[in-house]
Design a protein around this ligand. Structure first.
Ligand code: HEM
Length: 457
């Protein structure tokens, strides 16, 4: 994977640049804040009607929202914007400032060089046996007809795969449970702090604040345990954890303890949260669209000849991959991203002042009727080669583009393909009585309480 760094073409002279219009619907004091809090997905999806870039008033703050695929691509590729702003500020509370997901500038470039080899296309087959084992183990835990709690099952397999492949961590079950529970609490609290920034109130000893602090402390403890265990073992397997422990800074000196810690947090937490949420949405899609579940089952059977699906089959599972893409299009785990302008600059024909906070929503972009025919339909065939070309550039960038692009796109797609193929070969799914698949909006999107019954074909 290459880390792109492409400058957008400066097509408009600075004097012709315009200030983005203010989006409609702002009310005194709160501005657009109430709409954003009440229904963030709907609100973000409504903004393109007001302009390609619009200004939002969030209390006393002005935030710029980018609404077109082309301009979100230009934003992600421009060197005039860095990772910062409201989502970043809440992420720093979890990830620290020294890990790859939150660092900027030379430190970030150095960290990408350290982690990149573990995610390169040619490294992925090495993870094949672990991915296969975990995908099949998941289906073996389920009993036909007995409801499964998709949240904990999805987290469990996501944490185990990431930890076993990248950190060579064994015995991750108890830790997967802890990570899953901690992350749910922390991500919920972070989102609340982002949309309702009440500062000092979050320091008061209310039960919700205490629970947030406890979960955050446990997450960091868990990472310290993983690092300490590796050091105590004296082993240096060829994996990402060894690369992180052995990394040197630009002067050739070992990197500090805080950076090692933040790096592990920055890799394991986004890895677990995003994959787990995507597995939940895939399970939900398979239950909601039995015709596609059946098509996936038939494809897996024809590709494997009825044998257990393996890593070598992944590339041939075309419909399965299209189902995954379509699930990610409609329910992208990462639904909102932020940047901050580092200089007075331009995006399209608009002037963006230095220091401006920018937000955009992959959810809104990937559901836009201007980019997709029957935009809300679940239609995996839109990803067939003969139709995929109709999708405008950057209208489907769930892993983002540019120098902050997710390093894990191939790794993620391989895991998701194997999991989808393994579970669908064995089961179809029906909602259990207490299933609630409404969208829970937090830093990521996930179903509120997805409970499904696996049924044999
Ligand atoms: C960054 C999405 C899985 C590790 C990102 C970004 C997106 C993304 C959109 C860019 C954020 C930005 O532009 O501000 C996803 C999705 C996933 C996924 C949709 C799965 C469906 C993973 C996994 C890992 C991972 C499995 C690790 C095991 C990271 C890291 C970054 C990142 C470390 C920060 C990169 C940087 O800032 O240089 N991800 N991700 N992601 N992702 Fe993922």
């Amino acid at each position: 994977m290459t880390v792109e760094s492409v400058q957008p073409e400066a097509s408009v002279a600075p004097t012709e640049l315009r200030e983005p219009p203010l989006a409609g619907g702002a009310v005194p004091v709160f501005g657009h804040g109430l709409q954003l809090v009440r229904d963030p997905l709907d609100f973000m999806s409504s903004l393109r009607a007001h302009g390609d870039i619009v200004r939002l008033r969030l209390g006393p703050k002005t935030v710029y929202a980018v609404t077109t695929p082309e301009l979100t691509g230009a934003l992600a590729l421009s060197p005039d914007f860095k990772i910062d702003g409201p989502v970043w500020e809440s992420l720093v509370g979890l990830l620290g400032e020294e890990g790859v997901a939150t660092a900027n500038g030379p430190r970030h470039r150095r960290q990408r060089r350290t982690i990149q080899p573990a995610f390169r296309m040619d490294a992925i087959p090495g993870y094949g046996p672990i991915m296969e084992e975990e995908a099949h183990a998941l289906t073996e835990r389920w009993r036909p007809g007995a409801p499964i709690d998709c949240t904990s099952e999805s987290f469990r397999v996501a944490v185990r795969m990431a930890a076993r492949c990248l950190l060579r961590g064994e015995f991750m079950d108890e830790r997967a449970e802890r990570l899953s529970t901690d992350l749910a609490t922390v991500f919920r609290g972070m989102y609340r702090r982002m949309v309702v920034p009440l500062g000092p109130l979050y320091k008061l000893p209310f039960p919700a604040n205490r629970e947030f602090n406890r979960a955050l402390a446990d997450l960091h403890l868990l990472v310290d345990e993983i690092v300490a265990e590796r050091r105590a073992s004296g082993q240096k397997p060829d994996d990402l954890l060894t690369a992180l422990l052995e990394a040197k800074d630009d002067n050739g000196d070992p990197i500090g303890e805080q950076e090692i810690h933040d790096q592990v947090v920055a890799i394991i937490t986004p890895g677990a949260e995003t994959i787990a949420s995507t597995i939940m949405w895939l399970l939900q899609a398979l239950a909601e669209h039995p015709e596609h579940a059946e098509k996936v089952r038939a494809e897996v059977e024809s590709v494997t000849g009825g044998r257990p699906v393996g890593f070598e089959h992944v590339r041939s599972l075309r419909h399965t991959n299209n189902v995954i893409l379509e699930a990610i299009r409609l329910r992208p785990a990462v639904w909102i991203l932020t940047r901050r302008a580092t200089a007075d600059t331009a995006l399209g024909e608009y002037r963006i002042p230095a220091g401006a906070d920018i937000i955009y929503s992959p959810y809104a972009i990937q559901r836009d009727a201007r980019s997709y025919d029957r935009h809300l339909d679940f239609d995996p065939d839109r990803w067939l080669p003969e139709r995929a070309g109709e999708v405008p550039k950057y209208a489907m960038s769930p892993f983002s583009v540019g120098n902050r692009k997710c390093p894990s796109d191939h790794f993620s797609m391989a895991q998701l393909s194997l999991i989808t193929a393994a579970i669908t070969a064995k089961y179809r799914f029906e909602p259990a009585e207490d299933c609630d698949d409404s969208v829970r909006v937090g830093i990521t999107l996930r179903p509120d309480n997805l409970r499904l019954r696996p049924l044999p074909w």
